[in-house]
Design a protein around this ligand. Structure first.
Ligand code: SF4
Ligand code: SF4
Length: 393
């Protein structure tokens, strides 16, 4: 039994668009949606729950995460209700529902706060470097002393009194602490999501073995996003895949395996480490530039409406990638002082992007989406078992 909550529409409207009433349930959007099926009438059934003010049903609903915002439904809606954007708004709202800290809600609804927090973390990283890891005075008087035999900059030796290994150790310790912080927050929020969307179902209980049987879906959907590829605009899926794979490669290189990658050796351009870096950089920049231009031009329905979190995400990722490119070329060109300052700037942008965006804002969809597919499979498998109906694809 779901109670009616008259404040739901107003509450959800704070996270983006609030055009719920424009929908008169013709069902055209669901017919147009390539991801809709007999158990997930995307997006119409979610819009219906919202119009009725069924808060607990909306909190249980995984359909907003099964939508990849291809925009087909918005193109066909004769009421101009923009159902694709309604689903986007709901994803922001649900992110705040899963986030037990309440920080996502503040970031999404009090628009300037996220920007100030990002600027605060940026300043903190710069201050920590200035206080604890300031550039060596020699950097300006005798920069040649910091060049390696290959002519590039010895990046781990730019700070006085700390050996190369100790420097990487300090940055790595910070990396691990940051990864733990992000990981614990995300895991706790995903558990919260699971209690809302799977455990709270009173009609059925998911058999324990199904959690193992469906686990490959989680990995598969995280890696390839096959549902996204079903949308009519395949180019968008391809571009998104390039960016996501590039970002994952970068994350592994600079967070998980830092000591292996931040060494003093300047590899030739065809070395696998550099090629991986170039792939990741190209993947991120290519897709990001297309999205940024389309958001500015506002001609594509799915990128017509931009929330401040969309722009913060683009700007942070763009600055991180561009500063990483500059850092790389300053280093291999043998410019130690410029390399140090670019290194600090790069980390000062990267850190807020990771600790603000990943657990609390736009980046969190990276985790919620594949888990939503996994949880939806669990729910569907339990319904199939209860009703003895055949499996569907
Ligand atoms: S096409 Fe528009 S009016 Fe029709 S059900 Fe979808 S959102 Fe509602
Ligand atoms: S935006 Fe695309 S995937 Fe999302 S509900 Fe509309 S048609 Fe379906």
């Amino acid at each position: 039994m779901h109670k009616v909550d008259s404040s739901l529409k107003k509450e959800v409207g704070k996270f983006g668009t609030g055009k719920w009433q424009d929908c008169f349930h013709c069902g055209t959007c669901t017919a147009a949606c390539q991801l809709s099926d007999s158990r997930h009438l995307i997006p119409r059934s979610t819009i219906r729950s919202l119009q009725l003010g069924l808060t607990s049903k909306v909190h249980q609903d995984l359909d907003p995460w099964l939508c990849y915002y291809c925009g087909d439904c918005s193109e066909t809606c004769m009421r101009d209700a923009n159902p694709g954007e309604l689903m986007m708004t709901l994803r922001r709202y649900l992110t705040s529902v899963y986030d037990w800290t309440g920080i996502s809600r503040i970031f999404y609804t009090k628009r300037h706060i996220e920007l100030w927090v990002i600027l605060g973390v940026f300043t903190l990283v710069v201050a920590l470097f200035a206080i604890f890891l300031p550039p060596s005075a020699q950097l300006f008087s005798n920069p040649e002393a910091f060049l390696t035999v290959q002519g590039g900059v010895a990046i781990n030796s730019l700070v006085d009194g700390i050996g190369s290994h100790a420097f990487v150790g300090i940055i790595e310790t910070f990396d691990i602490a940051m990864a733990l912080f992000i990981g614990l927050l995300l895991i706790s929020n995903i558990i919260h999501m699971w209690t809302r969307t799977v455990l709270s179902r009173t009609e059925y209980v998911v058999p324990v073995q199904n959690y193992f049987l469906e686990l490959w879906q989680l990995i598969f959907h995280f890696s390839v996003q096959p549902k996204f590829s079903k949308c009519s605009d395949k180019k968008y899926w391809g571009g998104h895949f390039l960016m996501m794979s590039g970002y994952t490669v970068m994350f592994i290189m600079i967070v998980a395996l830092l000591p292996k990658f931040q060494t003093e050796v300047i590899h030739p351009w065809y070395h696998w480490q550099r090629l991986l870096g170039y792939y990741a950089t190209f993947g991120i920049l290519f897709f990001l530039s297309i999205v940024a231009v389309k958001r500015l031009r506002r001609t594509d329905i799915k990128l017509k409406f931009s929330h401040i979190s969309d722009w913060l995400f683009i700007i942070l990722l763009l600055l991180t990638t561009l500063s990483g490119i500059f850092l790389h070329f300053l280093r291999i060109s043998g410019m130690p002082a410029a390399t140090y300052f670019m290194y600090v700037f790069h980390l000062a942008v990267l850190v807020p992007m990771l600790i603000v965006e990943v657990p609390f804002s736009k980046w969190s969809h990276l985790a919620y989406r594949p888990f939503a597919v996994y949880f939806a499979r669990l729910n569907d498998s339990a319904i199939r078992r209860r009703t003895n109906s055949p499996a569907y694809v």
